[in-house]
Design a binder for this molecule. Structure first.
Ligand code: SF4
Length: 255
């Protein structure tokens, strides 16, 4: 034992001595005490921190409106000669707020079958034109002024164009492209509200609803043109588009 420390207490011996003393005094029963209970330590409850709400999606409202509009178009029967012969309406594909949108005239047989614009041979050529400009197809918005296929791919009548115009304008305003390309005479005339042909309209810069507009030949016209002259013209029109957009013009690739 070190100096300054207390000797260990023999508790059992003390208890035994105490009981002997009680027994000697005639005590024969000692009541058991209540067991010692120890209150549990309070459990710390972690503070629940609410997850911050995600920032509102600025495009969500317009995406919803486009879906509603697409549903209206799908149920439209304004043109007797079109709604009764179509397989389905062809609304449009691509992102909202694209740098550029391509507008054609009306769906063809492949588009009527699949529900997507520009998927046939002309569509494949359009994809090559888009890629030649340095875009991916999925980066641009593609749609037609008319949402139903005219039977036999005939030119849409003025009445049919007028019937579908409110759908097209609403769609255009919701998509909000920064630049727009009209493909072919019917689309160009419709957007510019003119009777002038595409040969005279192409090669210049216009505006549609405040958006810079370039008109060029329809890809299906390029497929029919064996001289190659139309392809050169379309490439000149795409260079005008790219210059207006302030984008670099690819040097090699041509449509
Ligand atoms: S072309 Fe347009 S207006 Fe005519 S039936 Fe189709 S969706 Fe309706």
């Amino acid at each position: 034992m070190t100096e300054g420390t207390s000797p260990p207490i023999d508790l059992a011996r003390q208890v035994r001595a105490h009981l002997d003393a009680l027994r000697a005094a005639g005590v024969t029963f000692v009541p058991r005490g209540e067991p010692l209970t120890i209150a549990p330590a309070p459990v710390a409850v972690p503070e629940v921190v609410a997850e911050p709400a995600p920032p509102p999606d600025p495009l969500a409202g317009r995406t919803r409106e486009l879906t509603v509009l697409s549903g209206e178009v799908a149920g439209c029967n304004r043109c007797e000669g079109l709604f009764s012969t179509r397989t389905q309406t062809v609304f449009g594909v691509g992102p909202i707020d694209p740098d550029v949108a391509f507008v054609g005239e009306a769906p063809g047989a492949d588009e009527d079958r699949t529900g997507e614009p520009f998927v046939g041979k002309a569509g494949q050529l359009l994809t090559r034109i888009i890629n030649g400009c340095g875009f991916k197809r999925e980066e641009v918005y593609i749609f037609n002024t008319l949402k139903c296929r005219p039977p036999g791919n005939r030119t849409p009548t003025p009445d049919e164009c007028a019937n579908c115009r409110p759908f097209f304008e609403r769609q255009f305003d919701l998509v909000r492209p920064k630049f727009v390309v009209a493909l072919g005479g019917t689309a160009a005339k419709s957007l510019l509200n003119t009777t002038t042909g595409i040969t005279r309209l192409r090669g210049k810069l216009y505006e549609f609803r405040g958006v810079p507009l370039v008109c060029t030949f329809h890809p299906s016209a390029l497929l029919r043109d064996e001289s190659g002259a139309m392809k050169r013209d379309v490439w000149e029109d795409m260079k005008l588009l790219l210059r207006t957009m302030g984008r670099e013009i690819p040097t090699v690739k041509k449509a």
